[in-house]
Structure formats: C-alpha cells, structure tokens
Design a protein around this ligand. Structure first.
Ligand code: SF4
Ligand code: SF4
Length: 192
C-alpha cells in the first residue's frame, strides 16, 4: 500500500467516523480512496482531498458549495421574491427593499468594507435579476428575518468548508460579499 494513500472501506466505518478522519488525512497531505462508497457527500470530500494542487482544490470546493447553497435556496424558496421584494422586505423587517440584499445600503457595522463597496445602490454584479458573479459569501448570507426562522449557514455547517479551511479563511468566506470566485480564491490562498 502506498504510504501517502489512505484506503477506507465505507461498509466498515460510519460516515461520521470517515469525516472525523479527514483533518488528519489533510494534515499529512495524504490521498484518500473510498471503497464501497455510495454517499455523494463523501465522494465529494474524497475528491477535494485528492486535489493536491491547493488552487484547484479551492476552486472545486467553491463550485460545489455554491451549487449546494443555490439548490437549498431554490428548493426551499427561502427569500420568496414577489415583484422584486423578498420576504424580509415584504414584511418590512429590515432595511432591505427592492432586490433584497443585492441592493446595498451602507450599514455602519460593516466596518470591513471599503468606501467603494459601501456605495449605495444595486450591486454592480446584479444584471436584470441575475447575479453575474458567484460570491460564496453572498450565498451563505441570510438576513435577520431568515435567521429568526432558523435559516442560516455557517462554514462549520458544511464539511467541505469546515475541514478544508482555517479560521481566518472561514471569516473571509463569510464576510467577503460582492466578491468574484477568482478574487476569493486568491484571498484564500494568501491566507492559507
Ligand atoms: S436573505 Fe433576506 S434580505 Fe436577502 S434576499 Fe433573502 S430574504 Fe431578502
Ligand atoms: S454579488 Fe452578491 S449582492 Fe451582488 S448580485 Fe451577486 S449575490 Fe447579489
């Protein structure tokens, strides 16, 4: 058996046991081979582990997590847009109005944004009703109204983020709104 290859039989270990072994495998920079694996999430985790090129690994994780979040928002229709007003705006629950949180209103506590990013208006990436970039921070974000309904996503809820990024990187993933995939990957690589 190759020293840098870990082989796990999914019929002999539970999913949570396999997941718990991921940090050690990543720390040792090993590859992972799952046999008898039917679980799509475990297959994605193994695929991410096996990208030895960090940039390619991050790009893969980024796409997978964005797709997962898009599916969740589509399936559950969390934001319930009607005539450009999301549910939070319909209930006048927040400062969000048309275009929901894709309309930027500067809020003082968002201290980490530059002045350019704080400029009020429709986000520069919103064209028609479509986001023209793929910002993972925007996709993870839910407003207070949704959070009160227990709809919230944190990097630690998603295995592909939880074990593959450090604390600083997770903060970046959560807070770098209006950021393209390319810029985000660069930021993550700089903070690895
Ligand atoms: S997350 Fe909240 S503010 Fe943003 S679009 Fe959805 S309901 Fe509206
Ligand atoms: S970058 Fe974020 S705020 Fe801008 S359009 Fe896309 S999802 Fe909306």
């Amino acid at each position: 058996m190759q020293k840098d290859l870990v082989i796990i039989d999914c019929q002999k270990q539970t999913k949570s046991e396999i997941i718990k072994s991921i940090p050690k495998i990543l720390k040792k920079n090993q590859k992972l081979k799952l046999i008898n694996c039917q679980d799509p999430e475990l297959k994605k985790i193994a695929k991410a582990v096996n990208y030895q090129d960090l940039k390619k690994r991050y790009q893969y994780i980024y796409d997978e997590v964005c797709q997962f979040l898009d599916e969740q928002f589509d399936k559950h229709n969390y934001c319930q847009f009607k005539n450009d007003l999301c549910i939070s705006a319909q209930k006048k629950h927040s400062h969000y109005r048309e275009y929901g949180c894709c309309y930027i209103r500067p809020v003082k506590k968002w201290y980490h944004f530059s002045k350019r990013e704080l400029k009020e208006g429709k986000c520069e990436y919103l064209d028609g009703h479509q986001c023209q970039t793929k910002s993972i921070a925007c996709k993870l974000f839910t407003c207070y109204y949704l959070q009160e309904q227990n709809i919230r996503f944190s990097p630690d809820d998603i295995i592909l983020l939880k074990y593959f990024f450090n604390k600083k990187q997770k903060k970046i993933i959560e807070t770098s709104f209006y950021t393209s995939k390319e810029d985000m990957i660069e930021k993550l690589l700089k903070n690895k």
